[in-house]
Design a protein around this ligand. Structure first.
Ligand SMILES: [Zn+2]
Length: 67
C-alpha cells in the first residue's frame, strides 16, 4: 500500500521517471542508470535494479537503394 499523494501537482517540467518496484523517482537524466547497447537504451533503477524503461533509438534510417 503506497500512500497516494493528495492534491494535484503542477506537472513537472522535467520528465520524472518512477520505479514501479521501489518508488524511486528522479529525472531520467539525473538519477537513473542508463545502459546503452547499440541503438537500445535501458533505464535501470539505481536502487533496486528494476528496468523502468527500455527503448530502441534508431539513428538515421538507412534507405536501401535498388542498385
Ligand atoms: Zn527501483
Amino acid at each position: 500500500m503506497n500512500a497516494v499523494a493528495s492534491g494535484p501537482r503542477s506537472s513537472p517540467r522535467k520528465s520524472v521517471l518512477f520505479c514501479a518496484e521501489c518508488s524511486f523517482q528522479s529525472p531520467v537524466s539525473e538519477g537513473w542508470l542508463v545502459v546503452s547497447d547499440g541503438d537500445a537504451r535501458t533505464i535501470v533503477c539505481p536502487e533496486c535494479g528494476h528496468v523502468a524503461d527500455h527503448r530502441t533509438e534508431r539513428s538515421a534510417p538507412s534507405p536501401k537503394r535498388a542498385d
